[in-house]
Design a protein around this ligand. Structure first.
Ligand SMILES: Nc1nc2c(ncn2[C@@H]2O[C@H](COP(=O)(O)OP(=O)(O)O)[C@@H](O)[C@H]2O)c(=O)[nH]1
Ligand SMILES: Nc1ncnc2c1ncn2[C@@H]1O[C@H](COP(=O)(O)OP(=O)(O)O)[C@@H](O)[C@H]1O
Length: 205
């Protein structure tokens, strides 16, 4: 039987750098895990590719999938839906491959309830001022949206206690390296557990 893959969930407040750090992990390391592309109803930004950055869908299509139980989790985030297609996650884990999710905190908590065996990593900003300037510098949000994101971020930071690991996004490369190390050490744990298990069985025989 193939050993089930690990589910890795990267979350944290909007604007902290989740997308940037995720990209660095996938670009800089020879990864043996797959990225789960999310579905969203938000507008496609310039340069974004459907099926690569997100599956861009209408509200009706998204709500249809909710009714069909086709999402592992979903959240409404500043006026749009975001969700994780369930089938891809289950299929990939069953094949023994790790799956990497990059989602906001409400969704991450829902995944924690459904799949507590996952590895939950909270990406934190060095401080709130830096978070604000990252959102401003990104240049994708109106003034009103930035205010909304910051208010939400303060609430989201309070949920840090539900995570297995907290990684400060000081520099992108540092954060990517730390997350990569976490995944490797979690794999070693699984291997060790399996070895210990095999030894126990051997002793029993
Ligand atoms: N719950 C949930 N959140 C998601 C999903 N995909 C993306 N997000 C999060 O939704 C938030 C808004 O995403 P987006 O509009 O792309 O903004 P950006 O990631 O801040 O550029 C971010 O915090 C994403 O991490 C998903 O499948 N489920
Ligand atoms: N370690 C970092 N130092 C400085 N700027 C960063 C860092 N990580 C991300 N950024 C910048 O912060 C902004 C928000 O990052 P993004 O990845 O879109 O965040 P999120 O996906 O969490 O909403 C982007 O402009 C990005 O270039």
């Amino acid at each position: 039987m193939t050993e089930r893959g690990l589910l890795i969930v990267l979350s944290g407040p909007s604007g902290v750098g989740k997308g940037t750090v995720r990209k660095a992990i996938f670009d800089n390391y020879n990864n043996d895990f797959d990225y789960s592309v999310s579905m969203t109803t938000r507008k496609q930004r310039e340069g974004e590719v459907d099926g690569v950055d997100y599956y861009f869908r209408t509200k009706e299509q998204f709500e249809h999938l909710i009714r069909e139980d086709g999402l592992l989790e979903y959240a409404e985030y500043v006026g749009n839906y975001y969700g994780t297609p369930l089938e891809y996650v289950n299929k990939t884990l069953d094949e023994g491959r790790d799956v990497f999710l990059e989602i906001e905190v409400q969704g991450a908590l829902k995944v924690r309830e459904k799949m507590p065996e996952g590895i939950f990593v909270f990406l934190s900003p060095p401080d709130l001022e830096e978070l604000n300037s990252r959102i401003v510098n990104r240049g994708t949000d109106t003034h009103e949206m930035i205010e909304k994101r910051m208010t939400k971020a303060v609430e989201e930071l309070k949920l840090i206690q539900y995570y297995d690991y907290v990684v400060e996004n000081d520099t992108v490369n540092n954060a990517a390296r730390k997350i990569r190390n976490i995944i490797e050490s979690e794999h070693l744990k699984v291997t060790r557990n399996l070895k210990e298990f095999a030894e126990i069985i051997e002793e029993m025989e």
